[in-house]
Design a protein. Structure first.
Length: 357
């Protein structure tokens, strides 16, 4: 199986995150990619390559160019304007309620000071900027686009070891460990360059709010997500079953919120529903946001999938017979993360090979 990966991910190396009203070591850290890469190398059968460099045009096809400019310069600006610090996080967020009865935030321009701009572009506190964050985020996009390009050229399954992840990044916002939406950029690129329908299947425990926002009014890209019920699970404000798209995109968003402690069999039943929805949309390619934080024992998850169950999930997705661009999202039980990725990919590869015989 073709795999794209890059050591540039190490540039994003935060020391702390602010979660549950406290400072803690980041769950999203360079070690995650290291354990996945080690597992791929140990398993054999994975052809790992560096991605091509794609520049910013595919990113700006999905994201506000202002977000790209901000992320390119914000850490350096903060060092000059505020104080030298390893991790940069917002102090104040640009919430619409600040300007009730005054025209809302649409009447306000992006602030001049970087300390104010942080809360203009970021929506939460667990996603610090570090000196190398922008380059690492660019490398994750390059991985996603190189993976998509390989599938467009005829590969049946390609895995992109994206880090940092992407599915929480919206058109004009970063957060949730995500800076650029790798999967959305890949899906948009495929839709624009091939003229075909593309489906995004998000199996991360946390709802891909950014991906949903980006494609909510489009009819060429479907977004189908299985995730912890937002009544109890981050990002809380999106991911309910009644969010189904708008305008031309009405019906192209499908959310399947899941109950706590769902096991392999229960998850696979929900996954079949998601895959049925994708079959009805009939895309040429499926981009998978592969989160493995549905694992039993993940520190920020309450589902109960097993390593064997991930193999069954990969097989179920590949058995539907569509080319797959599989891009890494979450998964924070580091001791098992590499084995879980390999299990999912082996399941998908086996099912794909069986179908082609």
């Amino acid at each position: 199986m073709r795999v794209f990966a890059s050591e540039r991910h190490r540039g994003h190396d935060p020391e702390h995150e602010i979660e549950s009203s406290g400072f803690q070591p980041p769950f999203e850290n360079p070690h995650r990619a290291d354990v996945i890469r080690a597992a791929l190398d140990g398993a054999g059968g994975f052809d790992v390559a560096e991605p091509a460099e794609w520049g910013t045009a595919p990113i700006e096809a999905v994201h506000d160019p202002g977000l790209v400019r901000f992320l390119a310069t914000a850490w350096d600006e903060y060092q000059r304007e505020v104080r030298p610090v390893h991790d940069v996080v917002p102090d104040v967020f640009a919430m619409p309620g600040l300007r009730n009865r005054m025209g809302g935030m649409a009447a306000v321009r992006e602030p001049a000071r970087v300390s104010a701009r942080l809360g203009w572009w970021c929506f939460e506190t667990t996603t610090p900027l570090t000196e190398g964050t922008y380059d690492a985020a660019r490398s994750a996009v390059d991985i996603a686009l190189s993976s998509a390009d390989a599938v467009a050229a005829g590969e049946s399954i390609v895995y992109g070891l994206c880090r940092p992840p992407g599915h929480h990044a919206a058109t004009s916002l970063y957060g949730g460990y995500c800076f650029f939406n790798n999967a959305a950029i890949a899906a948009d690129h495929l839709a624009r360059t091939t003229g075909s329908r593309i489906a995004l299947l998000d199996v991360d425990y946390h709802h891909g709010n950014g991906t949903q926002e980006i494609f909510y009014e489009r009819d060429d890209v479907a977004f189908v997500s299985l995730h912890g019920d937002p009544a109890r699970a981050y990002p809380y404000h999106l991911g309910y079953a009644d969010e189904t798209g708008a305008g031309r995109g009405t019906g192209t968003t499908v959310n399947l919120p899941l109950p706590a402690r769902l096991d392999d069999d229960g998850y696979l039943a929900a996954l079949d529903q998601a895959l049925d929805a994708i079959d009805r949309f009939d895309p040429a390619v499926v981009v998978v946001s592969l989160g493995l934080d549905t694992f039993d024992g993940d520190p920020i998850c309450d589902l109960a999938l097993t390593t064997e169950g991930f193999g069954r999930c990969g097989a179920a997705v590949a058995a539907r017979g569509r080319p797959l661009v599989v891009l890494q999202e979450g998964g924070y039980a580091d001791a098992a993360l590499g084995d879980n990725v390999v299990s999912w990919l082996h399941g998908a590869s086996s099912a794909s090979s069986s179908r082609e015989v």
